[in-house]
Design a protein around this ligand. Structure first.
Ligand code: ZN
Ligand code: FE
Length: 249
């Protein structure tokens, strides 16, 4: 499976996936850069996949559908908010791409209908899980998002994480305020700094890497709990407090 990262808008990523003669575009926020990448590679998309309804993830749907006749696949629970949706999917239905099963995980919190596609060891998480961060709680509460992130944490550590935005460096700066003693976090931050200085994406990350560095997946960290003055609290409440502080960071 070949995966091409396509920077869009100011800090969005769309992804092109090609396997077994089939091609899919994931979260095209706009058609222009996606078209340019497709032309360069000589690929034509059969499918457009959407992780959630926000315009910076579906903005290119109709243009690309018109140009290539691509079939639009997205969260069935949010069918009314996905422009041009042809195939609604959920955890039960799953999906299939290039003859392989694709797992669909329902991960509400950022939006009610948010889903993650898991294809051959790659997870396309949209705005649910970022590298060292997670999405804002626009349509869900902390327990809902914590359940969704916990579902993603059950994926194998080697799973490559392809998320919707290049927020890694600013996420990491926030993470360091809670866990300055986390050596894995320090190491990841210098790697991220170098990548950004060269203009390279910091993605994909891996689930193993995220478990070591992403504060939103680490409410059990003693250092984070001490930073928050929440040594006795439940994981979900620590998670909620981390999210609240990030909103104000
Ligand atoms: Zn979003
Ligand atoms: Fe987004």
């Amino acid at each position: 499976m070949k995966i091409e990262i396509v920077p869009c808008l100011t800090d969005n990523y769309a992804y092109l996936v090609n396997a077994g003669g089939q091609c899919a575009v994931i979260d095209p926020s706009e058609a222009g850069p996606v078209n340019a990448a497709l032309d360069r590679l000589g690929w034509e998309p059969d499918f457009i996949l959407n992780t959630h309804h926000h315009v910076d993830h579906v903005g290119g749907n109709l243009d690309l559908k018109q140009e290539y006749g691509a079939v639009i696949v997205g969260p069935g629970k949010d069918a009314a908010r996905i422009p041009g949706l042809d195939v609604g999917v959920d955890e039960k239905s799953g999906w299939e791409f290039a003859g392989e099963k694709v797992r669909v995980l329902e991960v509400p919190g950022h939006t009610r209908g948010a889903i993650t596609f898991v294809m051959g060891g790659n997870a396309f998480t949209g705005d649910t899980l970022f590298s060292m961060g997670c999405g804002r709680l626009f349509e869900g509460d902390a327990p809902t998002m914590w359940a969704s992130l916990s579902k993603l944490m059950a994926l194998p550590d080697a799973t490559r994480i392809y998320c919707g935005h290049e927020y890694t460096q600013s996420n990491g700066r926030f993470a360091l305020t809670l866990e300055p003693g986390n050596t894995a976090l320090g190491a990841r931050m210098s790697e991220v700094k170098n990548a950004r200085a060269e203009g390279w994406p910091t993605l994909p990350s891996t689930m193993g890497q995220e478990k070591k560095t992403n504060p939103f997946l680490r409410p059990d960290s003693w250092e984070i709990r001490k930073s928050l003055g929440m040594t006795e609290a439940k994981d979900v409440d620590v998670f909620g407090e981390i999210r609240r502080r990030k909103d104000e960071f």
